[in-house]
Write a protein that binds this ligand. Sequence first.
Ligand code: DGJ
Length: 308
Amino acid sequence: MKNGEKWLDIDGNPIEAHGGCRLYHEGKLYWYGEDRRGDNYVSCYVLEKNGWKFLNSVLTTNSKTQATRVVANLDLRKEISNGDKIRVIIERPKVVYNKKTKKFVMWMHYENGVDRQDACAAVATCDTPYGDFVYHGAFNPMGHHSRDCTLFEQNGKMYFISSARRNADLHVYLLQDDYLNVARLVNVLFSNEKREAPAFVEKDGKVLLITSGCTGWYPNQATFSVADSITGDFTVNENLGDETTYLSQSAFLYKNEKGEIVFFGDRWGGGDLLQTREFDYTKSGYCAYKVEFDGETAKLVYSDEAFC
Ligand code: DGJ
């Protein structure tokens, strides 16, 4: 697969899984991401011997909703002034498994579909990795803005990380045991540095965090930062890759079977954004680049072929 291209699933259909995540569960590798076609919000694929197989649109405008103890907006469509109901915006879905509740829990970024001013986190759960997720609504964690986001587990604790205060700061929240709410704000990173698209990986006791700058859909300079613990002090951001992060924006980081770190990113608009200044979702492709990380310094290795 070529970096930047729109990859196809094993049935020959374009893969729609942007800003997403990967989940290993019981020997299978799942890939979730944004899907803006029709009624879909989040799609789920599984890796087979011959490529990615589409499993389900796990969150759609018609998903079941269910309130929890967290008071939240359960609308998966927004009623506008003429009475029409439009799609809301669901971005950067991340799915993890909660061993205690035996639920797959998805956290994501929610906007109301009109003005991108709600800046909410949203939560959904399911009994299987690829079933129809039940939506538990959108809310501002501890009253804060919550935009680009991710989940990260360290020492058996799960953390939700999201851009707050109009993207000026990056918040790290410890999640409650069932992962349905935030428990505590445990760190505020890069205050006033306006970082988004956070992606974490742990290697040999070091936490590597890669973020992008904040330029809408336009690619920009990624940076990396390192800490011993997600709750500890992170090093000063240093540049990673070139000024457009090789035409990509981070979605997630993961370790492949050889233990090598893979930077998985989106090439929004297929790279045409630079020329047309228009965002075309259907053209958006994927990039997978190798990350060399020695515990202190990270380097993004450019390649035409996807590194995965
Ligand atoms: C950049 C973010 O990383 C994307 O997920 C999306 O929210 C765009 N900004 C919207 O401008």
